[in-house]
Unconditional design. Structure first.
Length: 427
């Protein structure tokens, strides 16, 4: 089975509508559209004006906001011509001119990407610890965080490059608070220790004795102390209580850096953080990590806006505003083209789901989605498929959550494909 990923962070039904011809040109046997609350962009009405309501707002206001380059840069990068043709009357002369320019001139269309990449290159060369966008090294048995931090213990296999060049680890001031950090490496009866009294990136070059033993044997590392991000300062502070060790260099253990990792998910320490938490423990951690101390971390404003939107929408009646209308159009278009469409009400964290799931709005929005089904359009309500411990926030799965969800998606897809095709598909 060949799968083509057409989505990106925040793809909406409006975007799918504008991409409809490109989708059909791929001649798909099936189109799958999983939807989360955020994809309806309902919070934007309240963000634009606290007095607005989704049940009464002018749809043109939402449309222009949905096509704003800051909110939706993809409208210029991916489908500027389609946007111009579809909405020139609503966009006005100035904005239409921008879209036409984006279609005609690549330097204008991609200028933001160009300058962003130049900035990233500059930061990578001269920046202070900001070029490390994500760990891209080998997977170690104990796992690392998404930014490459180990726990108090970790293990690895010595590569040829490590034998001659060694490897780097980052030491933060917090781990030195109680004294020098000692890292002890062991392989069978071979032992070597390093002591550090200053923070920064440090080079580790192991003795030749570690290279004599079986190269497939793991080398274990044990740290004399650890640190907790919540009690750190500056760039090291984060709202979690994980006990961390040192940071491995970004390409640790790889001879050639990995490519195409946007389509690959690897388990990280953050993913297994919640595995053995009770619902009460998780609920407290959820609020602490995602919603508390907004004054100290304005970046969580987006999460707070989504929570407020769910609390407000439950008091409104359901009206199929902007993106609901375009999902209807998109499903009708695929029907005409004889392309099956599977719409999924995706799983949501039971904590955030509880904020609005019992409201009339939620029930009526499900009814709207169910009424779209028929002929070649299918709908599945999978909102209750996972426990709260399977989510890292409102709707993003942890790695274990994703592994639980994969067979659920597959089995549901098989049922649907069997109803609409003589060629039965197996997960």
């Amino acid at each position: 089975m060949e799968v083509e990923f057409l989505s990106y962070a925040g793809m909406t039904p409006l975007d799918a509508w504008l991409c409809r011809q490109k989708i059909v040109e791929l001649k798909p046997d099936f189109v799958i559209f999983p939807i989360n609350f955020i994809d309806w962009r309902l919070h934007r009405a309240y963000s634009l004006n606290p007095e607005y309501k989704n049940e009464t707002i002018d749809s043109k206001i939402l449309l222009l906001d949905a096509l704003d380059f800051f909110e939706a840069p993809q409208s210029r990068f991916i489908f500027p011509l389609e946007t111009t043709i579809e909405f020139f009357a609503e966009l006005g002369f100035a904005k239409t001119s921008e879209y036409i320019s984006a279609f005609l001139f690549g330097f204008y269309r991609y200028k933001d990407i160009f300058w962003k990449n130049l900035r990233s290159l500059y930061d990578h060369r001269y920046g202070r610890n900001i070029s490390y966008h994500g760990y891209n090294g080998v997977q170690i048995p104990e796992r690392v965080t998404s930014l490459g931090w180990t726990g108090k213990n970790f293990s690895f296999i010595l590569t040829e490059k490590m034998k001659t060049e060694g490897f780097l680890v980052q030491i933060v001031p917090e781990i030195l608070a109680s004294g020098p950090l000692k890292i002890t490496f062991k392989k069978k009866n071979k032992v070597q220790s390093f002591s550090f009294i200053e923070p920064g990136w440090k080079k580790i070059l192991l003795d030749n004795s570690f290279m004599v033993e079986d190269p497939s044997l793991l080398i274990t590392a044990e740290l004399s102390s650890s640190w907790i991000p919540f009690f750190a300062v500056g760039e090291n502070k984060d709202w979690n209580y994980d006990r961390l060790g040192v940071r491995l260099q970004q390409t640790f253990g790889t001879e050639i850096p990995k490519n195409g990792m946007q389509y690959t998910r690897e388990e990280r320490l953050e993913d297994i953080r919640y595995l053995y938490m009770s619902d009460l423990e998780y609920s407290k951690y959820f609020n602490f990590r995602l919603l508390e101390d907004f004054d100290q971390r304005p970046g969580i404003g987006y999460l707070i806006a989504l929570k407020d939107a769910k609390l407000r929408i439950r008091e409104e009646k359901f009206v199929p505003v902007l993106h609901f209308q375009y999902l209807r159009k998109f499903s009708s278009f695929l029907k005409e083209k004889k392309v099956p469409l599977w719409i999924i009400n995706n799983p949501e964290n039971p904590i955030s789901l509880d904020w609005y799931v019992k409201s009339n709005w939620y029930k009526d929005h499900l009814l709207f989605l169910k009424e779209l089904s028929g002929d070649l359009v299918f709908f599945s309500d999978l909102k209750d498929s996972l426990s709260m411990q399977d989510f890292s926030d409102y709707h993003h799965f942890t790695f274990p959550g994703m592994m639980k969800m994969s067979p659920i998606y597959a089995n549901e897809f098989v049922k649907i494909s069997e109803r609409q095709s003589k060629n039965l598909l197996k997960p």
